[in-house]
Write a protein that binds this ligand. Structure first.
Ligand code: ARG
Length: 459
């Protein structure tokens, strides 16, 4: 046991209490951010004449040494300290002596931890955003190659109208594009520096909070010291954005699982991203997609748990807030791994255009277009709907598709039908006629792709 606050106490902390209270087991993860924050603090203290230049130099080189040694594995972060802040300070004092004891001047662990978490989340958002970029590239590549890969579009998981694989993938591009924007939006809103808020009421030292904020890449200092130490809104926004990413990945996974099934065979997941069964030799299971779908629960859990922790907390800092860490770390690791694995699975997956087109034809996805054919030749829509409905019924009875009916059969249903009906209901025509913005027709998709390409260039 080694703590920073022994002075006021006459008894040792109970061992079990110590363990329950300590956060070193998990907050050691942001040692680099803790040291970075301390270096900025010390630079500011010396600039303000609170520390001498010599003290500043000593402390900074001491901190840099600790950072390097921890990184290189020469210095282990020991669990005998209460938290990462205590560990770094103790290691510093051990290395440089008296000057090290001045590091914590004008600072509390409350503003220190608020800063560390912000620095850490900011770094992680940037990493996640890069991983998200890879996924968007993988989706865009599939889109570029599949402008004329026809497939059924679904509503209620029933075949509805023909679309293309590019169009379907475009829906996911939109989702992950919003995720990218959401992450960056959070980054903007959270980018204020809490350091200098002290325990809750600022400090009596003449700190230059603007200077530390600038040194650490913030837009400025937080403007209320109580909020500075007790705000975890950004963490909740972040967990919410992570939940949304998982929701998107989960929907995508679900579709891949369906598409990879024996019944659909729209895709074949690469061997490297599948697993086998211990008993059934024929099996090749989509475990990665299932795990991504499954892990969505733990990220939602993190959001729900931390929302509940924050509910009803009086101002300012309360130890409850230490609970932000394990949830956030788990959620960050989960989302990062899921994004990386998912992008890998997607990039190596084989699509089966033949199966997709066959499925689109067999599912009467061109029935709306057949009705439109009649409408364009003067038949009222309601009548056209009825005529095509009857033809669909005939097809179901015979086990064929609308494309397989003879012209005589068509003309029996309505004399309006001519030979050009076959071209009018071909998948290509059905798709290519849909050229409004956002629709699957090649012309519309080409325009959308142009926007997406530019988006990725400017990412
Ligand atoms: N481990 C604490 C946390 O994560 C650090 C802040 C402790 N501050 C305090 N006054 N006990 O929130």
């Amino acid at each position: 046991m080694a703590q920073l606050w022994g002075g006021r106490f006459t008894k040792e902390t109970d061992q079990v209490v110590y363990k329950f209270n300590a956060s070193i087991g998990f907050d050691k993860r942001f040692y680099a951010q803790d040291i970075k924050g301390s270096i900025a603090h010390v630079m500011m203290l010396s600039r303000q004449g609170i520390l001498t230049d010599v003290e500043k130099e000593k402390i900074i080189s001491g901190l840099e040494g600790i950072l390097d040694d921890v990184r290189q594995g020469r210095l282990a972060i020991s669990d005998k300290y209460e938290d990462i802040h205590s560990f770094v300070e103790a290691a510093l004092i051990q290395r440089i002596g008296e000057a090290g004891k001045k590091l914590h001047t004008g600072r509390s662990r409350n503003d220190q931890v608020a800063l560390d978490m912000k620095l850490y989340v900011r770094d992680e958002i940037r990493i996640l955003d890069n991983v998200l970029e890879e996924l968007l590239h993988a989706i865009l590549a599939i889109m570029e190659e599949n402008l004329d890969t026809y497939m059924p579009g679904f509503t209620h998981l029933q075949k509805a109208q023909p679309i293309t694989l590019a169009h379907h993938m475009g829906a996911y591009f939109e989702m992950f594009k919003r995720d990218h924007e959401r992450l960056n939006d959070i980054l903007k809103r959270m980018n204020t520096c809490p350091l200098g808020s002290g325990a809750l009421a600022g400090t009596t030292y003449p700190l230059d909070r603007e200077y530390t904020a600038t040194l650490l890449g913030f837009d400025g200092p937080t403007l209320n010291s109580i909020d500075g130490v007790s705000d975890r809104d950004y963490m909740i926004e972040f967990l919410s954005a992570l939940s949304m990413i998982m929701m998107h990945l989960s929907r995508f996974s679900e579709e891949i699982i369906i598409w990879n099934s024996n019944e659909y065979q729209f895709v074949e997941i690469d061997d490297a991203y599948s697993t086998g069964s211990s008993i059934m030799p024929q099996k090749k299971n989509p475990d990665i997609a299932e795990l991504v779908r499954g892990k969505t629960g733990r990220v939602y859990g993190a959001l729900q748990a931390f929302l509940t922790t924050m509910k009803g907390l009086p101002l300012a800092y309360n130890k409850d807030m230490q609970e932000d860490k394990e949830w956030a770390f788990d959620a960050i690791d989960t989302v990062r791994d899921c994004l990386i694995l998912f992008a890998g699975m997607l990039g190596t997956m084989q699509f089966r255009p033949d199966r997709m087109a066959k499925s689109a034809k067999q599912g009467f996805t061109n029935a709306t277009d057949a009705a439109d054919y009649l409408v364009n030749r003067g038949v009222p829509f309601r009548d056209a709907h009825g005529i095509i409905g009857q033809l669909v019924l005939q097809c179901i009875e015979k086990g064929i598709s609308l494309d397989d009916l003879s012209l005589t059969e068509y003309q029996k249903a309505s004399p309006v039908f001519q030979l050009d009906i076959y071209d009018a209901i071909s998948l290509k025509t059905c798709v290519d006629k849909r050229i409004t913005t956002g629709a699957p027709g090649a012309w519309a998709m080409e325009k959308t792709l142009e926007v997406y390409r530019r988006y990725m260039e400017e990412y």
